[in-house]
Ligand binder design. Structure first.
Ligand code: IMP
Length: 434
């Protein structure tokens, strides 16, 4: 099966953008299937740095088709800005395709995202404020506007009329300025004119590519602990980030999903509120924050940092059927005397390897940790170490990786030892199995 999927195994920000960009080298098509501009991918190519929120990472590879599939919530204003970013670097976006069934993020959604958070007060989710939850809520409530509607002005006007009335009432209650309906309509028609050439039935396109043996890469956003069903509810995003989300979010059957690469950051981070059993609230947490540059690409917020939690990673392996791991940011752990890994939780004196659903039980978790020897910083550049391969890595780092593989039962085939494409060690030659 010539398809690969990349999914996050933690709370997002695992380095999926870099790995997707790396894997996209061989792909004919890259597909985003969930989330929206809440995602933030930083991709370094030589001295160039790109910050993408919505466009699939494949957009930076010439000749690759980049799909925003039906499961994505599409902020067209932001997309326009990202297109400009890519075009001004001398690249083309001719390969972009947007599903006619993708939900469109509207000004109401962003206003309500902020208003709902204000109402939740201290119990807020800590959303990215990009209108993601309200847009998905409208889709589920069947008020949503879809990308294909922008090409049918009369129908669009009817849909907006209905939606506007409901949103107006809500905004009046929750607080905020109601957007001008005429202006919203005008902007949507303008988006339709600018982006209409990219809007199509992407499910047909993706399935055709797969049938013709062309290589398709599914690019997940966020991570399985932020999944609406399986994550740390209610401190989650509003989509299915696990591999199951690929089928509904891209319009492909389960049999179309081949190898699934789970991205594991060598330690754990999370942005926003919610449980985080291995969080480090001391100098070490601060050290990982600074050394790892752990500031949100989307919001600039400092990420909470902690030790690697294999209860979390194993949960993701089970939920998504992960068949390979990409372990990223290993270099951030360089120079530590010891490193710790959590393999189980103790709750009320009982040990478990399964991540609990209950916030009350999560609050009682005592992580069961294994302490291992750390390793020194290396003197060569990470590019040089990567060029020399696995054997150039410090022995203790290799032990750390072997421990992860033993505890998860999954092979680590990609290692990230720096932010650049060239700072990657790939141990698998025939990942696409074709
Ligand atoms: P929303 O997706 O903006 O509704 O935010 C819901 C939760 O998911 C918040 O805790 C966000 O910080 C978190 N979140 C959303 N997208 C990402 C991401 O791409 N990386 C990390 N956290 C995210």
């Amino acid at each position: 099966m010539p398809t690969l999927a990349v999914v996050g195994t933690q709370w997002g920000d695992e380095g999926k953008g870099k790995i997707t960009d790396y894997l996209a080298e061989d792909a004919d098509m890259v597909v985003r299937f969930q989330g929206g501009t809440n995602a933030g991918h930083t991709i370094g190519i030589g001295d160039e740095v790109f910050k993408l929120h919505l466009l699939p990472s494949g957009i930076l590879r010439e000749g690759t088709i980049s799909v925003i599939a039906n499961g994505v919530v599409c902020d067209l204003e932001e997309m326009g800005e990202e297109i400009e970013q890519v075009v001004s670097s001398g690249r083309s976006v001719d390969g972009l395709r947007i599903s006619d069934r993708a939900a469109v993020v509207l000004p109401y959604h962003k206003i309500l995202d902020g208003a709902e958070e204000r109402y939740r007060g201290k119990k807020g989710v800590g959303t990215t404020g990009r209108g993601i939850g309200p847009c998905y809520a409208d889709k589920i409530s069947r008020y949503g506007i879809r990308a294909g509607d922008l090409l049918e002005p009369e129908y669009l006007s009817e849909r907006l009329e209905m939606l506007h009335v409901i949103k107006e009432k809500l905004i009046e209650i929750l607080g905020g300025e109601v957007p001008d309906r005429e202006q919203v309509m005008k902007d949507l028609l303008d988006f339709g004119e600018r982006f209409g050439k990219y809007i199509t039935d992407t499910s047909v396109l993706i399935n055709d590519f797969i049938s013709n043996g062309r290589k398709v890469l599914f690019e997940g956003a966020q991570g399985s602990m932020l999944d609406i069903d399986h994550g740390t509810y209610p401190f989650v995003t509003s989509s299915n980030c696990v591999s199951g989300g690929i089928c509904s979010g891209a319009g492909v059957p389960p049999s179309a999903v081949g190898e699934i690469v789970g991205i594991v950051k060598a330690y754990t981070t999370r942005v926003g509120s919610g449980p985080f059993p291995t969080e480090l609230l001391d100098d070490l947490g601060e050290h990982l924050l600074r050394k790892g540059g752990e500031f949100g690409t989307t919001t600039g917020r400092a990420r909470r940092c902690g030790w690697l939690d294999l209860v979390v990673v194993n949960y993701a392996v089970r939920l998504s059927g992960i068949s390979q791991l990409a372990v990223t940011k290993l270099d951030v752990l360089n120079g530590l005397e010891t490193v710790k890994v959590t393999t189980a939780y103790e709750i009320d004196g009982k040990e478990t390897k399964y991540f609990p659903a209950s916030l009350n039980r999560l609050a009682k978790v005592e992580p069961v940790m294994t302490e291992m020897n750390g390793w020194d910083d290396w003197e060569e550049s990470s590019v040089e170490i990567a060029r020399r391969g696995m054997n150039a890595l410090p022995r203790e780092m290799r032990d750390y990786l072997a421990f992860i593989e033993k505890e998860t039962g999954v092979k680590a085939t990609i290692l990230g030892i720096g932010p650049k494409r060239e700072e990657t060690i790939d141990l698998e030659r025939d990942r696409w199995n074709c």
